[in-house]
Design a protein around this ligand. Structure first.
Ligand code: NAD
Length: 458
């Protein structure tokens, strides 16, 4: 096969072509060996745009910066023309980087909509509770939207956004970045091609990883379901979406167990103090020591707005640990998010899915088992193996990933193309499908709180 023929194959076929005698050659390795740099997921429906899609960024934090980086990297595709964030450090940093005029650097999302429409689209990357209002306003003013997940903290707000998108005919892409990872794309292609026969059931594990849990859902801004969103939405609406996408059917019933078992006041060790910096006697043996995580290991520092001069970092981090929630003892917080939960889903096509979200694991990266009538698949986000029942033969796929499994910029590109071409079918997920996967999560939360089996009310 010529190189041109090889590259014209769909990624899955290329991956299959790269597997010889049970020996795994992922496409990354194959592409590297062949000296290829191109985008393995080039979409034949993508077109060069006559001008970059112009965007207002609302929320210049961690996620907003990831999306803005797309504009910096691909200026012919997307241009940032305004930014709104009350945090001057974040707002000005992005404004400088993207050459945003000072009169378009705004303090709050409301100010974006006090003026006539100034761009093709808005990206909404504000905290969970600030998604629905800006989204509804944006749609009313004729903007297309890229909306961070979760769509909104309540079912009513999610339905309102769906209705508004339908009424205005504007486009809403939800940041289901996992759909764009090589891992889930190939799993989906494999199922759609019937390589394991008829899909029977799925087991899916979301290992949050214990430090990530402590950072985001014990100390961080998602620690209270009331002021952010229940963790099944905040963390796992990606998973309800992925499971629904793989099953390709409406969910019928959902059941969930789960609770907050460990990160509670009752488990505070003797000798521990309100803050890790208060002379805690068990700080050196605690896996959640803020001094260890942020100061010594330098993990998850993006929450601290560190100065460019790295000689000032130690002092800045220490000050933050003494004053912000990130320095507080994980056992003395006001958190209420469950640290473990299990969800069972029955789909209308009789497929079942068992999903677990676990804080107490040393690793990240979803684990998947998919059972079909002709074979099964096991995977861990970096590779998966298909076993045929008939022949017993195994085939493996391996892929390189980043923190979001390579999905962030692939997702932005699809959205930019959808806006540029005014064609919502270029998005992997319609807003209706995204809302549906959220309704599954709301049903799971109702079930957890009421100990019931819940219908998914579409
Ligand atoms: N798609 C994903 O995989 C993924 C991953 C992490 C977080 N998220 C979601 O992305 C959203 C943002 O999360 P993040 O980690 O970037 O948080 P963040 O705190 O880093 O960023 C949020 C930003 O919004 C700004 N903000 C607050 N009030 C505002 C207002 N009134 N007007 C304008 N801006 C305002 C804050 O100052 C902050 O800079 C959340 O909804 C979160 O759940 C999605």
């Amino acid at each position: 096969m010529s190189l041109r023929q090889f590259m014209s194959l769909r990624p899955l076929t290329r991956a299959l072509a790269a597997v010889k005698d049970g020996l795994v050659h992922g496409w990354d390795e194959t592409a590297q060996a062949l000296g290829l740099q191109e985008d393995l997921y080039a979409n034949p429906r993508h077109r060069p745009l006559s001008r970059p899609v112009t965007v207002v960024l609302i929320g210049a934090g961690h996620r907003g910066t990831v999306y803005a980086n797309f504009a910096a990297r691909y200026p012919a595709e997307m241009r940032l023309v305004a930014v709104a964030d009350p945090n001057p450090h974040r707002r000005d940093r992005l404004a400088r980087l993207h050459g945003v005029a000072s009169e378009r650097c705004l303090d709050r999302w409301e100010q974006v909509f006090d003026r006539p429409r100034m761009a093709d689209a808005v990206i909404i990357a504000t905290p969970d509770a600030l998604h629905s209002e800006p989204c509804l306003r944006a749609l009313e003013l004729g903007y297309d939207v890229l909306l961070e997940k979760p769509i909104a903290p309540t079912e009513a707000e999610c339905r309102a956004i769906l209705a508004k998108a339908q009424a205005t005919g504007r486009l809403v892409g939800v940041c289901h970045v996992l759909r764009y990872t090589p891992y889930f794309r190939e799993l989906k292609a494999l199922l759609d091609k019937g390589l394991i026969g008829e899909l029977i059931s799925i087991q899916h594990l979301e290992p949050i990883e214990h430090v990530h849990m402590s950072h985001s859902y014990v100390r961080g801004i998602w620690r209270k379901s009331e002021s952010s969103t229940p963790i099944i939405l905040a963390k796992s609406c990606h998973d309800t979406d992925i499971i629904r996408w793989l099953v390709n059917a409406h969910a019928d019933n959902v059941h969930c167990f789960g609770n907050l078992k460990w990160f509670t006041n009752a488990n505070a060790p003797q000798g521990s103090t309100e803050r890790c910096t208060d002379g805690c006697q068990v700080e050196h043996e605690c896996p959640y020591s803020a001094l260890q995580i942020y100061l010594r290991d330098r993990k998850r520092l993006y929450v601290f707005d560190l100065p460019e001069d790295s000689t000032l970092w130690d002092a800045t981090i220490l000050l933050n640990l003494k004053t912000s929630d990130y320095g507080r003892c994980v056992y003395r917080m006001d958190n209420d998010q469950p640290d473990h939960l299990t969800v069972n889903i029955l789909f209308k096509n009789e497929v079942t899915a068992a999903f677990s979200m676990e804080a107490f694991v040393s690793y990240e990266g979803r684990r998947t088992r998919i059972m079909g009538s002709l074979g099964d698949v096991t995977g861990d986000m970096e590779s998966f193996t298909l076993t045929s029942f008939k022949t017993g033969k195994r085939r493996s796929w391996r892929m390189k990933t980043d923190a979001h499994g390579g999905g962030d910029h692939a997702m932005v590109r699809d959205w930019v193309q959808a806006v540029g071409q005014q064609d919502a079918t270029l998005l992997s997920s319609s807003i209706a499908e995204s809302v549906e996967s959220h309704l599954m999560a709301f049903a799971a939360e109702r079930s957890r709180l009421q100990r019931t089996i819940e219908d998914v009310r579409l």
